[in-house]
Design a protein. Structure first.
Lengths: 244, 244
DNA sequence: CCCCCAGTTTAAAGATTTTGTAAAGGTGAG
DNA sequence: CTCACCTTTACAAAATCTTTAAACTGGGGG
């Protein structure tokens, strides 16, 4: 079941309903998130401020300090993304929560699936905010260029008809160019799920991608297999001659 | 966290909700912006025209003069970047805002983080666009032209009978021409609400819009489906021949 | 030098996801 | 009430993903 040494996303869930916590932890766990629960306001606040978490999911109704108060105090010191939950009935709270610096806000009655979707959106936004404009819209590797805005990869002057996963795979490899990416990392980053030893789907995608790149596993121009470790996009040392 | 040694960026926030102002000021303050608040239309207008601010964040619902009116009068004399906020439940009228010269437009339900991101984008743009006209009133894509003032889209010399949402959808796509817009972004920008996985309304609007544009999903002249990502208005490379 | 084994490649089949669109349902303006 | 419009629902079609399994590879031990 385990997810690894690789960067795992850690979440703090603050809610006094332990059953709910278990349920959510279990659900999010299946998608590779490590969920830790706190069951009171003060406890949640303390843990939030430990800065160990990538995001906090915060119920409003809490013993000790209510969710708004916890949020306010978190925001005094930290920018950790916070997603607030409300029990039924509280209409206007949404605005109040957002005004106070919550990153999103959703009813506790939402499906876990919705929670997951919003959570991802929040994490994505916060990841982007960190590097802000730093993200280049285009990555180039020899004759290969990848346009992130248009989601289009070109080899020479020919557009490659990649499927969504193939494109993502290429992007992830390209961003880690010169470093080996394990299958686990790849599947985590691309598909948001767990890797298990018999999972060959990454291999299959690599194979398909290579075919489209006209890349030969035995003497790769782009994707090199690193036995027992994973795959890596070659980092052409200065002076490498590519020919299309 | 701070914004640096360079001269501090000064922002004017015009909103009658003082609590909201405090919270935003506090949040943006953490990123090194100096935020000054005005709580009525006339006050906001007067301060905007003092030319002391690098940008203005303007709520629409205001006592005295509403946001649109304030914007109009600012634009009579000044090109200070203006970012408009719609309050909850208000009839969103992004187009009116943009057409009047707002630089960006976002729902008040957005998170502070989002506000910050857009603000940075606006500031960046305004720094760059010293000389060129802010918001073009007309966007042209091959035989398609979109007039924001008249709220009219023409295909060749024929006016398209678009519904309000279809028109906005087209505008949003056109403004992002060449970049993929996710369904989430689209629904956020057009309808001011959250996207959830089961929400197909964007697809339906796209379908309707395509029908009116006589655009075929399989080989789109205008709107391309980017599987698992969203939609994108084609950015015709220079020299592309359109025929109506 | 050959065999074996863990690890890899790949085609193919089956399962799943995503999309297009018609039609039904809902809502608000007039 | 009617009309215009937006959203939801439903379902089929298309595209894509994962699994499976058979063929392959490279290196170490014999």
């Amino acid at each position: 079941m385990q997810q690894s040494e690789t960067a795992q996303i850690r979440l703090l869930l603050v809610d006094d309903d332990t059953k709910f916590c278990r349920l959510i932890a279990e659900y999010l766990g299946r998608f590779g998130y490590a969920v830790v629960a706190a069951h009171s306001g003060p406890e949640g606040l303390k843990m939030s401020l430990s800065e160990q978490f990538h995001a906090v999911i915060l119920d409003i109704m809490l013993p000790g300090l209510d969710g708004f108060e916890v949020l306010r105090r978190i925001r005094e010191q930290s920018e950790t993304p916070v997603l607030m939950l409300t029990s039924l009935g509280e209409e206007t709270d949404r605005i109040v929560g957002l005004e106070m610096g919550a990153d999103d806000y959703l009813p506790k009655t939402s499906s876990p699936r919705e929670l997951l979707a919003r959570l991802r959106a929040v994490l994505r936004r916060s990841a982007r905010a960190v590097c802000d404009d730093a993200a280049p819209a285009e990555i180039t590797v020899g004759p290969l260029s990848i346009n992130l805005n248009a989601r289009l990869a070109m080899l020479g002057d020919e557009a490659l008809p990649l499927t969504p996963v193939e494109f993502e795979l290429l992007v992830v490899l390209a961003q880690a160019r010169g470093r080996v990416k394990s299958r686990e990392e790849l599947i985590n980053e691309i598909r948001d799920r767990h890797y298990d030893v018999y999972d060959r789907s990454i291999d299959v995608h690599v194979s398909a991608l290579r075919k489209k790149l006209r890349d030969d596993p035995k003497s790769p121009r782009f994707i090199r297999t690193v036995r027992a470790a994973g795959y890596m996009l070659v980092y052409p040392p200065a002076g490498t001659a590519y020919e299309s």
